[in-house]
Write a protein that binds this ligand. Structure first.
Ligand code: NAG
Ligand code: NAG
Ligand code: NAG
Length: 544
């Protein structure tokens, strides 16, 4: 555990008045030139740092383009959220946020090492404990940030005076949830995970018989033993989440919201859940009226490629192009692994664009272009691109679905294997385990997805289904955010379920009551019959 000590800085908050007034001026200017939908709401955003911000930023920019003023709260050492932007104001809280990119990079390379060397279970377990510790640390730092804000009365007054209309947050951490309840503001989630795992499990009934708990890598068709596994996984995971998130969020909820408040009920009280989910990808499951689906909201039609890329792509002729990206955390593969992949690519008639950092693999063929960064969405939308080799991050997966490009997946950590398992279940992807990856298996898998037409046909069908919606997912998301602003919340869509204790929720009390009543009636009935019988019997004896 790389236990870094918190640096609680002496300096206070920096609401940065100059930048705020500047943006305000810009905002008034926008109003003056008559932007459409210029109701001009005020939205307070508490994001989850890291790749989750990539999603949140799409919503923030769209809110801005529709004339709303957005303020984003960030930690001083924020990993992804930049301090200045033309799209939003920032409020920087001078604490460390715990978004530790280096930790996750090292972590991922450890995972690769352990998986490939097929190291002992203990090595895996030790690494998992380290990850658990890291998540505990992350939540603790968010809580420290919240305490730092709440204890600064002047700062909280400035937030109150700003008259925000809602808090938009990612419930992967609880900072925005606490803030919304403290300020008494409506709460909108941009969610796939809460601090207790997959977000649906927090609000909607989730029968474990056909709803697999991510990331269990199960599907909606489970055998008996898979259902046993799903249930055990659920029980263990819920315990884990409570251990990781519970202590610190409980302290906050009790101190600032109310002495008996259960921190998780604060999550469940959100007005709207904008889910980064689409049912071409997720398995069908029960849902709720305040859950809105916006999976694929970040997808856009492809733009033309830069000239050098366009030329490279066109040079592939009839064979087409393969693109490969393993995300930001896995930009540097172990040398020998990179070499196996390069050797396999070199034998293909296709051209390859590979996002790869680190040394140039020795076996690299002249059909392979290494790049630091690529316009992934524009490439996936290019008609010459035939295949996407991916680590299984959700952004890339939704882009592949949107553009109808089949996938070869190499999952490493977090939900990646589970995401790819869903694609495999739909017949649009093949998955390679990193412990088995060599040039033979890589070649074999790629050849199969390229030559067997069903992968492409299925993916293009998913793409058509995904695009056939009454409203674009991003417009749907914005509609509901504006809905909450117009109506000051959406309490009428929220069920009362979360206010019930577990025994009421599952009607255990009612069943017990009815069973007792039935038993009493039965006893009375039996008693009556017996005394009747005895009475008749006695009379009979007498009359005899
Ligand atoms: C978080 O929980 C740990 C362990 O229970 C405790 O030591 C720490 O003070 C808590 N931090 C906050 C901010 O509540
Ligand atoms: C690429 O390499 C192959 C053989 O390795 C060769 O036949 C071909 O001419 C090369 N192409 C270019 C453009 O250098
Ligand atoms: C790759 O796989 C294909 C089909 O499985 C096979 O025909 C081809 O010879 C393989 N190429 C190499 C270099 O192993």
């Amino acid at each position: 555990m790389c236990c870094t000590h918190m640096r609680v800085a002496e300096r206070n908050f920096q609401p940065r008045p100059s930048k705020m007034t500047l943006s305000l001026a810009f905002f008034i200017f926008l109003l003056a030139v008559n932007v459409p939908a210029a109701d001009g709401g005020k939205v307070l955003v508490f994001p989850h740092d890291g790749s989750h911000w990539v999603n949140m930023k799409v919503l923030v920019e769209e809110l801005h383009s529709r004339g709303h003023a957005v303020t984003v709260i960030r930690a001083a050492d924020s990993w992804y959220v930049s301090e200045t932007s033309p799209h939003y104001n920032t409020v920087t809280v001078d604490v460390e946020g715990g978004g530790n990119e280096e930790f996750f990079r090292v972590f991922v390379s450890e995972v690769i090492k352990i998986k490939r060397n097929k190291e002992s279970l203990w090595a895996r377990l030790a690494l998992d404990m380290e990850l658990k510790g890291k998540f505990f640390e992350l939540h603790k730092k968010v809580c420290e940030m919240v305490v730092h804000m709440f204890e600064n009365k002047e700062f909280m007054r400035s937030l109150q005076d700003a008259k925000y209309e809602l808090v938009l947050t990612d419930p992967a951490n609880g900072g925005g949830v606490m803030l919304a309840h403290y300020l008494g503001l409506p709460l909108v989630f941009n969610a796939r995970w809460t601090v207790h795992g997959e977000a649906h499990f927090a609000v909607a009934p989730s029968p474990l018989s056909y709803v697999p708990l991510p990331p269990s890598e199960l599907t909606d068709r489970m055998t008996f033993f898979e259902r046993v596994r799903n249930t055990c996984f659920y029980i263990l995971r819920m315990q884990l989440y409570k251990q990781v998130a519970g202590p610190n969020y409980s302290t906050l909820a009790h101190r600032y919201i109310g002495p008996d408040v259960d921190y998780f009920s604060l999550f469940q009280a959100a007005d709207i859940w904008l889910m980064r989910v689409d049912f071409v990808f997720e398995f069908p499951r029960p849902t709720m009226p305040n859950v809105v689906y916006m999976g694929g909201f970040q997808c856009k039609p492809a733009k033309p490629l830069p000239q050098h890329l366009e030329e490279f792509v066109q040079s592939s002729g009839e064979h087409g192009v393969i693109i490969m990206s393993l995300g930001t955390l896995i930009s540097e593969l172990p040398h020998d692994l990179a070499n196996e992949i390069a050797a396999s690519f070199a034998k293909l008639p296709q051209k390859v664009i590979w996002r790869h950092k680190g040394d140039r693999p020795a076996a690299l063929g002249n059909n392979t272009l290494l790049v630091d960064w690529m316009p992934q969405n524009d490439l996936l939308g290019h008609p010459k691109v035939k295949l996407f080799v991916s680590h299984g991050g959700t952004n890339g997966i939704y882009e592949a679905i949107y553009h109808g490009v089949p996938v070869v997946g190499i999952p490493f950590v977090f939900d990646q294997a589970d995401n790819l398992c869903r694609l495999r279940a739909k017949g649009v992807a093949k998955v390679i385990d990193v412990s088995e990856l060599d040039k033979k298996i890589f070649n074999f898998t790629i050849q199969e997805v390229l030559t067997e037409p069903s992968y492409r046909i299925n993916m293009q069908r998913l793409s058509r289904l995904h695009r056939d919606q009454p409203m674009k997912p991003l417009d749907t998301a914005l509609f509901w955010i504006e809905f909450v602003m117009r109506h000051k919340g959406a309490a009428h869509l929220r069920s009362e379920s979360y206010k019930l204790p577990w025994y009421s929720y599952h009607s255990v009390d009612v069943v017990l009551f009815l069973l007792t009543a039935a038993l009493l009636i039965l006893l009375i009935f039996v008693g009556l019959v017996r005394s009747c019988f005895r009475l008749c019997f006695k009379r009979k004896i007498k009359s005899d």
